[in-house]
Design a protein around this ligand. Structure first.
Ligand SMILES: Nc1ncnc2c1ncn2[C@@H]1O[C@H](COP(=O)(O)OP(=O)(O)OP(=O)(O)O)[C@@H](O)[C@H]1O
Ligand SMILES: N[C@@H](CCO)C(=O)O
Length: 291
């Protein structure tokens, strides 16, 4: 086996009302550098000791078991730019990395459909898994026998992420959501989501930003967990953003801006948000890749 590298992008799920279905791949990556070895070893980011039970390796073993293959010994070195539990899809990127590792070293030749199905089964929803696999903006859902997914790569927007120091586990941010929504409420919530998609496809970015900020599915119930939720949205709007949404389950927030305005707005927002990493991010259009 020649040494190779697996790279998987981060992602921002939901984009406001696209709850559990929309996700955008971002130019922050987890990398696995893989080479042949006498025995298995997995070195997690920043660690000099091999980890037997690493999250990613566990996924790799689950895939191998599902397809009935035994994996050759190899050395894997993980490095990552994706902060954990911040709403940037770290778990989905790690799952996709684990699936691709099994695919490569086990010579499984998995199709995109198989990878998406396996990843979604583990993560529970496809909104981060699909962009981590395919890149761009994806809209996906789960049917009994299929996970339809549509990709949009052509988005002419700058992105700024506001990443606080605190972590927020998705599990906790899901626990504060209602179990059910009353019919009129659900109809309004899905109308917001329809308009987000329609505005994106028609490149009406002002409308996109407006609808992005009108989610009814999750943000109203989560915003008390998110430091500076209202302030960030207001300041970003004043600085020129079309709109700002919670990234995934939070606590990161993500602004969408007219192309070319990112650097200026990033500098302004950095001055106002002490203790945050304020990052200008690219949209990844490739998804998982091997080099
Ligand atoms: N590279 C990694 N190595 C080990 N564990 C990881 C890795 N990436 C993610 N995880 C696991 O996933 C958890 C974070 O997943 P969680 O779903 O809570 O947040 P997220 O995926 O970063 O954000 P969101 O789903 O809101 O976008 C971590 O606390 C850790 O247990
Ligand atoms: N759609 C998910 C994204 C985080 O996994 C949520 O908002 O809980």
């Amino acid at each position: 086996m020649m040494p190779f590298r697996i790279s998987v992008p981060a992602s921002s799920a939901n984009l406001g009302p696209g709850f559990d279905s929309m996700g955008l791949a971002l130019g922050l990556y987890i990398h696995l550098d893989v080479e042949s070895a006498d025995h298995h070893a997995f070195f997690a980011h920043g660690s000099e000791e091999s980890e037997e039970n690493h999250f990613i390796w566990n996924i790799t073993e689950q895939v191998a078991e599902r397809y009935g293959v035994s994996l050759p010994p190899c050395k894997v070195q993980e490095t990552s730019e994706i902060p954990l539990a911040r709403g940037l899809g770290s778990s989905a990127s790690a799952i996709v990395a684990g699936i691709e590792l099994a695919n490569q070293i086990g010579n499984l030749q998995l199709t995109d459909v198989q990878k998406l199905a396996f990843g979604t089964e583990i993560e529970g929803h496809p909104d981060n898994i699909a962009p981590a696999l395919f890149g761009g903006l994806t809209i996906s859902t789960m049917l009994e026998d299929d996970i339809p997914s549509v990709r949009l790569n052509d988005i002419e927007l700058d992105l700024i992420a506001y990443i606080p120091e605190i972590e927020l586990k998705t599990e906790i941010a899901r626990d504060c959501l209602p179990d059910t929504y009353e019919r009129n409420y659900a109809a309004r919530a899905s109308a917001m989501s329809n308009l987000v998609v329609a505005a994106l496809y028609s490149k009406d970015y002002a409308l996109f930003g407006k609808m992005l900020e009108n989610d009814l599915f999750h943000e109203p119930f989560r915003k008390s967990l998110i430091p500076n939720f209202n302030i960030i949205r207001k300041k970003a709007k004043e600085a020129g953003a079309y709109g700002t949404a919670l990234s995934g389950a939070g606590p990161t927030m993500l602004s969408f801006l007219p192309k070319g305005n990112g650097e200026k707005v990033k500098n302004e927002m950095t001055k106002q948000l002490e203790g945050y990493q304020v990052k200008l991010l690219e949209i990844d259009t490739k998804g998982v890749s091997i080099s």
